[in-house]
Design a protein around this ligand. Structure first.
Ligand code: 4AD
Ligand code: MG
Length: 461
């Protein structure tokens, strides 16, 4: 048995030889005495064409097969007379491994992405999702390769945790108690401390704080795992469950951090272009006609850098009206991010040095006393795909900032001890994995790059 990918990558080894493949029928066309099957064996984006004729004892049965039926084909790989593909399998024997019912929903016509979302259990069989999810797998592997080649240690940070990294209050509570048994105080508020963990716990919003502990031991580390945010927003780029890649590097500042992010993103793009040319061509053809040109430009140019303060000045002078106000101290909205990357820079751009009030408590205070060493990477089409910073390593300044943010020191004692025992300059960032996949494929909605999206109104599973 051979995989179709092996045939496509090295046809000369198989031409003129007997081959055996198994896969699913994507299309079938029959005339009186012969027929063609487009078979997809799952190993490769493209189908292999199978030719069969009425010399097969089960010709009549094969000719009537519904699509999606699973087959095993024994035959010979031959040059194809048709122009569409250079070779095909001439079948000597076709065995039905799993018959499909005839009401299979994915018929030949193109379906909308919205419709395909309603059949998440079948959509990996469509061309688009076959390409998206193979690319997702490959990009995940590229990320591990990138960090492992550079001696980073992969850390598994907890999914259930008591620490709130971002302080944005978008957490899913975790409890072992039945709803009716939840202990309440006089005001009726639930007291989660009586729970299994003896404290309030929730699903992680970021592995960063835990990654920092390993950073102070292993120097360069990364996490890559699921994160959760109780995002109520129904947008094309927010999900309640998404994956994040979070490197953390010691003896490093914001410039080192930006350099790492840029190198990583270029590496992932190059790896996908090299390893999945068929999928990338497909996206360029059917999803986003500028994709390959844009990615080529990204890997061959330096990313832009602009301070938040300069970005605000630029936006104030913009030849465009914005829905949300532009003012120093206000967060950048999607429309502002898009203006900066799509109209001004036309490539990925780091916005750095944000006002401390709109960023998390752990970011390092700059000498001006009002901004922090933060970096957001914005890219055309998607907006923010990376958020990161240099971390505040100075204990007294960190404590002061935590007090300003009203954080309970009892929950962060271990985080503070990292500063007490040899704490040093360090930095890190979080790449939203789904947003990176959107950027790599041109897919416009986060629901279409997550195998089983958890968003407002996501059903099933
Ligand atoms: O900017 P964020 O909130 O940064 C952090 O969580 C830091 N602790 C990361 C770090 O420094 N280690 O999130 C990082 C990235 C965002 O830039 C975005 O790409 C993605 O995570 N992200 C989401 N992706 C999909 N759905 C959501 N609801 C997301 N929220 C953040
Ligand atoms: Mg952010």
């Amino acid at each position: 048995e051979v995989l179709v990918k092996q045939i496509f990558r090295d046809p000369q080894s198989y031409l003129g030889r007997p081959v055996q493949v198994s896969g699913w029928v994507r299309t079938i066309r029959v005339s009186k005495s012969f027929g063609f099957i487009e078979l997809n064996d799952g190993s490769f984006f493209h189908n292999i064409q199978v030719v069969f004729d009425d010399k097969l004892p089960n010709f009549q049965e094969i000719a009537k097969l519904p699509i999606a039926t699973a087959l095993r084909i024994e035959g010979e790989l031959v040059e194809s007379p048709g122009a569409k593909q250079p070779w095909e399998i001439k079948a000597d024997k076709i065995t039905i491994e799993g018959l499909s019912a005839s009401d299979y929903p994915l018929q030949k016509k193109r379906h909308t992405l919205e419709y395909l979302r309603t059949i998440a259990h079948l959509r990996p069989r469509s061309n688009t999702f076959s390409a998206v999810f193979r690319l997702r797998s490959l990009a995940a592997y590229a990320i591990h390769r990138f960090f492992q080649e550079r001696n980073f240690v992969y850390v598994h940070t907890p999914i259930i945790t008591g620490s709130d990294c971002e302080g944005a209050g978008q957490m899913f509570r975790v409890t072992t108690l039945d709803f009716d048994d939840l202990p309440r105080d006089e005001e009726g508020r639930v007291d989660f401390r009586q729970d299994f963990f003896g404290r309030e716990t929730h699903l992680t919003v970021s592995g960063q704080l835990e990654a920092e502990t390993f950073c102070m031991a292993f120097r360069n580390v990364y996490t890559f795992g699921p994160t959760f945010r109780a995002e109520n927003s129904n947008t094309p780029r927010h999900a309640a469950e998404f994956w994040m890649v979070e490197p953390e590097i010691a003896f490093a500042d914001l410039n080192d951090n930006m350099a790492l992010a840029e190198e990583m993103l270029k590496y992932i793009i190059n790896y996908c272009l090299e390893q999945a040319p068929e999928e990338m061509q497909f996206f360029n053809r059917f999803i986003d006609p500028d994709l390959l040109a844009r990615l080529d430009n990204v890997v061959n140019s330096d990313f832009g850098v602009i301070t938040y303060t300069d970005a605000i000045e630029l936006l104030k002078k913009a030849d465009q009206d914005f829905k949300y106000p532009v003012a120093w101290g206000a967060d950048l909205q999607t429309e502002h991010e898009r203006y900066l990357t799509e109209k001004v820079f036309k490539k990925p751009v780091f916005v750095i040095d944000y006002p401390k009030e709109i960023k998390a408590f752990y970011m390092r205070l700059n000498d001006d006393g009002r901004t922090v060493a933060a970096m957001d990477l914005l890219v055309p089409g998607v907006g923010e795909i990376i958020g990161g910073s240099q971390r505040e390593e100075r204990l007294s300044l960190l404590e002061a900032r935590m007090r300003e943010c009203g954080l309970d020191f009892a929950n962060y004692w271990w985080y503070l001890e990292l500063r007490k025992y040899g704490g040093t300059k360090h930095a890190g960032f979080g790449l939203g994995f789904e947003r990176a996949i959107m950027y790599l494929t041109g897919m416009a909605n986060i629901r279409d790059v997550l195998p089983f999206p958890r968003t407002v109104n996501s059903a099933e599973f």
